[in-house]
Write a protein that binds this ligand. Structure first.
Ligand code: KG4
Ligand code: ZN
Length: 342
């Protein structure tokens, strides 16, 4: 039995997890500082890294405790080394290096995006080739995975990430932070055909995504209708119907771009397995859109369950298994790389 301790601190979540034999998650602890950032309407890097420093010790201890184990039984430590906020990343990387050095166990350097992709493997047996769509607050990338551990970029966003678009739209409407879950909830039962928006893709003939035009269209519509900052709090019922219809229409446009572009690559590459990961994979409309696509096009679409969609360390440990199996061990000179590419 191989047991990996995963550590993830790329943004505003401090996470640690113990995973055995690739897929058995023994613990998955996440401490978020989102509450601290809420009043600023977005992550404040300095506050995020300060919270990471405070949380990392207790979170690792709790993950070991919940797994019913201790550092002495851990075979390797996997850590996110990028991309992300450098101050946040450094906290996890330093902790992982200290543990690897003290225990003389392998240190595994994991790309955060590979972690998101591997989150799909925790609960599903995936066959290759596959397409992997990573949709989060920082990224919107579609990859071709011809075999295990190989990732080729097919399409990406040229401006905002999908999650970022959700967050910015919620912010401009005064709906709170993070915006994705709020919009998802408010859109439920609303009329998503109320406002027709442009497709959130590039118009230059490429198949890349572009969400900033969509966000601006939402802003213009809100300004024209006097809907901006209509709601200081978004507990739900007090949000006007028109705002709900607006966010539902926006959400539909995001989902359409993601599903339609993925389907174009499904056809082009002749692939029938699609993985959808990252925080936005939580979105109920996106899950519905892909469920319909799966039915209509005879595809297997795998979504991680909610604890593994937003940032977590089980996915980092899961990716760590691949590195360990292939002997890709990092040295103690490992550094955080905020712009690390997959
Ligand atoms: O993967 P993640 O936790 O962090 C990054 O790596 O960025 O993703 C966070 C993003 C945020 O932008 C948040 O608004 C979005 O995921 N998100 C959602 C939902 N839940 C989280 N977006 C749409 N619908 C949701 N239900
Ligand atoms: Zn993430």
């Amino acid at each position: 039995m191989i047991r990996i301790l995963g550590i993830e601190t790329s943004c505003d979540e401090t996470a640690a997890a113990v995973v055995e034999d690739r897929t058995k998650v023994r613990s998955n602890v996440v401490a978020s500082s989102a509450e601290i950032h809420r009043r600023f309407g977005g992550v404040v890097p300095e506050l995020a890294s300060r919270h990471q420093v405070e949380a990392i010790g207790p979170v690792v201890t709790l993950a070991l405790e919940q797994a019913g184990t201790d550092l002495a039984t851990i075979d390797a430590v996997a850590v996110t080394c990028g991309p992300g906020l450098v101050g946040s990343l450094l906290v996890g990387v330093s902790a992982a290096k200290a543990i690897a050095w003290q225990r003389r166990i392998p240190l595994l350097a994991v790309n955060h995006l590979e972690g998101h992709i591997r989150s799909c493997f925790l609960e599903h047996a995936i066959s290759f080739p596959a397409l992997a769509l990573v949709v989060s607050g920082g990224h919107t990338h579609l990859y071709l995975c011809p075999e295990e551990g190989v990732y080729r970029t097919l399409a990406r966003t040229r401006d905002d990430a999908a999650g970022e678009a959700f967050d910015k739209v919620a912010k401009l409407l005064g709906l709170g932070y993070p915006g994705g879950p709020v919009v998802d909830r408010l859109a439920e039962g609303a009329n998503e055909e109320a406002v027709s928006f442009p497709r959130a893709v590039m118009k230059d003939g490429s198949l890349d995504f572009s969400f900033s035009g969509l966000k601006s269209a939402v802003r213009r519509h809100a300004q024209a209708r006097g809907l901006q900052q209509a709601n200081a709090t978004a507990s739900g019922d007090d949000v006007p119907r028109e705002v709900r219809d607006l966010v539902a229409s926006f959400q539909r446009a995001v989902v359409q771009a993601l599903v339609e572009t993925t389907l174009r690559f499904v056809a082009r590459e002749g692939i029938s397995t699609v993985l959808v990961a990252g925080g936005v994979a939580n979105n109920s409309r996106l899950r519905r859109g892909f469920a319909e696509a799966a039915r209509d096009h005879n595809l297997t679409v795998a979504f991680p369950s909610p604890p593994y969609t937003t940032d977590n360390a089980a996915m980092i440990a899961a990716a760590g298994f691949l590195h360990l199996e292939h002997g890709r061990i990092a040295g103690l000179e490992l550094n955080a790389d905020p712009n690390l590419k997959l």
